[in-house]
Design a protein around this ligand. Structure first.
Ligand code: ZN
Length: 402
């Protein structure tokens, strides 16, 4: 509840690192608290990243495990003056937020609330997001650190702690120093419902179609002008209506999605994103998109088209499949914490997928956060405690199996 009161909203339009200086307020607070519990190397760097080490307390040669979460909150919703409310012994009713009573967290929208009857939950007050994404993850890691330093009977190898800025604006790994971190494996604490873990993301490309029309003075354009904007419109209209798009797919289905159009009559560009869990399907989707566009172009022999695709990010499962013991150990930790592990592919990307391809394999663990990036955001205290329990088991599983 202290951490969410620090405004750490990141800014997608900023060119600086971190994108907002205020993120360091929380980073500095965390580094100081880690120092105070005895992690002598804890520090914030110039970019707002926090690094700290929990020393090894076993004779075994255990791989170095990193736990990672992000300090920033999403730009979608205000993060200024967050007033967290602890609802002790939650009674199962809809929660009316006091600072704006039109904001109601209802059991109809969030049936999972019902499973928290009798537990404590935390919400914001109605004017801001809560910031459980990802201060729930931060709290879980801070609590784990405190637990491990006060329970030397729990045997573990070197544990690294990493807090990153700017995850919400896609720059969470931009300035990370993996050499300094020196971890073999990492787990992000940035997932949702209790018991879930994520080891799979989309693979992602961007694609651009550029249409070159023929310009002419509109007053004298008869039989001369070919308007690239109108051709772009035809290409967009020719896209499938009932499949192949974000609004018509779910589960493991991929899609293509126009995200921007810009241009003039002479030249118009359409930007697409291309997504699939199977990397090899991206080329198939791009070929299909290209042939849809080329079919339209056949009617305009004097116009021309360029098609370009480029890589954005890749499904982290490609990396994690080469390190199956990472997930095996995690599943064992869930079981020891009396949880049934559930694997959910992410229809998006995470910092974990970027870290995985930077050489640090990194699946994602639940935190209990719900309704993220909104005024309805809430988190169950029991779920956060359960995540700490999972991590405490996890470091022991790694130690035992080394
Ligand atoms: Zn997050």
């Amino acid at each position: 509840m202290r951490y969410v009161q620090v405004d750490t909203q990141s800014d997608p339009h900023s060119e600086t690192s971190p994108t907002t200086e205020k993120q360091k307020n929380l980073s500095n607070m965390l580094a100081a608290e880690l120092k105070a519990i005895g992690l002598t190397d804890a520090h914030t760097d110039e970019f707002g990243y926090v690094y700290a080490t929990i020393p090894c307390n076993t004779n075994k040669n255990v791989p170095v495990i990193c736990f990672c979460s992000h300090v920033d909150t999403a730009p979608d919703c205000s993060g200024t003056n967050v007033k967290p409310i602890l609802h002790k012994n939650y009674n199962g009713e809809d929660i009316v937020l006091p600072d704006d009573t039109t904001q109601v967290i209802s059991t109809k929208d969030y049936p999972y609330l019902k499973e928290h009857i009798g537990n404590d939950i935390i919400t914001a007050s109605g004017l801001t997001l809560l910031g459980a994404d990802d201060k729930a993850g931060v709290s879980i890691i801070m609590d784990l650190a405190n637990y491990l330093v006060t329970h030397p009977e729990i045997k573990h190898g070197i544990i690294k702690i990493l807090f990153t800025p700017d995850e919400e604006v896609g720059k969470g790994t931009a300035k990370v120093d993996l050499k300094k971190l020196a971890a073999d494996y990492a787990y992000t604490l940035d997932g949702g419902e209790i018991g879930t873990y994520e080891d799979e993301t989309f693979s992602a490309d961007g694609a651009t179609i550029t249409i070159n029309g023929v310009s002419a003075h509109p007053g004298y354009a008869k039989d001369k002008m070919i308007n690239a904007i109108k051709i772009a419109g035809e290409i967009l209209a020719a896209l499938p209506k009932n499949e192949f798009s974000p609004e018509t797919t779910s589960g493991r289905e991929g899609y293509i999605h126009p995200v921007g159009v810009s241009g003039i009559a002479e030249k118009t560009t359409i930007e697409f994103i291309v997504r699939d869990f199977e990397t090899q399907n991206l080329a198939k989707h791009e070929a299909r998109l290209r042939s849809i566009a080329e079919n339209v172009m056949k009617n305009y022999p004097k116009a021309s088209m360029q098609f370009k695709a480029h890589e954005q990010y890749r499904n982290m499962k490609e990396v994690l499949d080469k390190n199956p013991h990472m997930i095996d150990n995690l599943i064992e930790a869930y079981k020891r914490a009396s949880l049934t592990p559930r694997n959910e592919p992410i229809r998006g990307g995470t910092d974990g997928s970027r870290l995985s391809f930077m050489g640090l394999p990194c699946p994602n663990v639940f935190t209990g956060m719900h309704a993220i990036h909104s005024k309805h955001e809430w988190v169950g205290v029991r779920d956060m405690e359960k995540a700490v329990e999972v991590l405490a088991h996890l470091v022991q599983v790694w130690e035992e199996r080394s």
